[in-house]
Design a protein around this ligand. Structure first.
Ligand code: PCA
Length: 324
């Protein structure tokens, strides 16, 4: 009797299966599983999987395990994966406007970073659309500060230091401060610092904490230079095939993830700075001299960005300044 019932259930299930299209979406992430961006993406994935009743089931792959950070955007564009997360500013070589969130000292608080992202969003969406990508949501990193393995009180102290960069803006910062940039993904930095390939970086307390950089570095200077963002994008052809009903569910999950991600970023800021200090690092504000010098360099970088980002870039900055 039981067997018969089970067999009937199997028969029914197999009859009804073809009618219910089920898709599995692999979602590559570049950062460690314990980082709040990755945790947030996992919650987003669960929201979509539950919300669509399993019709679209998303599986996250953190830590660069499916694709490394530098390959994720192309993988989504070309349909190797339907969805993924990427630090868009690392693609400023494709369109300078992608680095709007790396203009030094433009937006230095979470509130300002959100306002700037809101203003830039239509432009970013348009550029992404031309690349077969649809933006779902973006989440900020905490404010960017400077890491060293020695005390640094002025730009002169940075001369010749090997500097880990994560995009062209950070590489340019290294050049303008006399350092030697080498591009390394976050997933690889613990090793880079341990082996001496790099001995400095600009990043958040979050990334230093995630990668336990106190094992190699000694100082974190709060600079609040900018708050770069991770963007979650879906392949536009895949998106076009999603039913209107599921699109609404995914967009709802994306809006919730944007809000939750922001809250997580804010909470993670102090938590990770405390964690760096607990690991033995000197954590504190940069000296007045260093801040002044960095602001001068920041002006140069902002002017350079405006030159390459053209009218679209200028319009974003003007709208932001007008609102602030
Ligand atoms: N962490 C990322 C990007 C910005 C940040 O805070 C990184 O260092 O790669």
């Amino acid at each position: 009797m039981t067997l018969k019932l089970t067999m009937t259930a199997i028969a029914l299930a197999s009859v009804s299966l073809p009618a219910m299209a089920q898709e599995n979406w692999d979602m590559p992430l570049a950062y460690s599983a314990s980082n709040y961006h990755s945790e947030n993406a996992a919650e987003f994935a669960a929201c979509v999987t539950d919300g669509t009743g399993g019709a679209i089931s998303i599986t996250t792959h953190p830590g660069g395990s499916l694709f490394g950070g530098s390959d994720i955007k192309r993988a989504i564009q070309t349909g190797q994966v339907p969805i993924g997360e990427r630090l868009l500013s690392a693609h400023a070589n494709e369109d300078a406007v992608f680095a709007y969130d790396n203009v030094p000292f433009l937006a230095t608080s979470f509130d300002d970073a959100e306002a700037l992202a809101e203003i830039a969003r239509p432009t970013i969406e348009q550029v992404l659309a031309e690349q077969n990508l649809t933006l779902l949501y973006s989440v900020p990193w905490p404010p960017q500060g400077l890491y060293f393995k020695k005390e640094v009180n002025a730009v002169a102290d940075m001369e010749g230091v090997k500097f880990r960069s994560y995009n062209s803006t950070t590489a340019r910062l290294a050049e303008l401060t006399g350092m030697l940039p080498v591009t390394i993904e976050a997933a690889e930095i613990s090793q880079a610092f341990a082996t001496g390939v790099a001995e400095s970086m600009v990043s958040s307390g979050a990334t230093g904490y995630d990668r336990k950089v106190w094992e190699s570095l000694s100082h974190f200077y709060e600079v609040n230079a900018w708050l770069p963002r991770n963007s979650i994008m879906v392949n536009s052809e895949v998106w076009a095939d999603v039913s209107d009903e599921n699109k609404a569910i995914i967009t709802g999950c994306a809006d919730a993830a944007a809000a939750a991600g922001l809250e997580k970023a804010i909470a993670y800021t102090q938590f990770t700075m405390d964690g760096l200090a607990a690991g033995g690092m000197n954590v504190g504000p940069a000296s007045d001299t260093l801040v002044e010098e960095l602001k001068g360099i920041g002006e140069t970088m902002a002017a350079e960005w405006l030159e390459t980002a053209g009218e679209e870039g200028a319009a974003i900055i003007e709208a932001f300044n007008a609102a602030n």
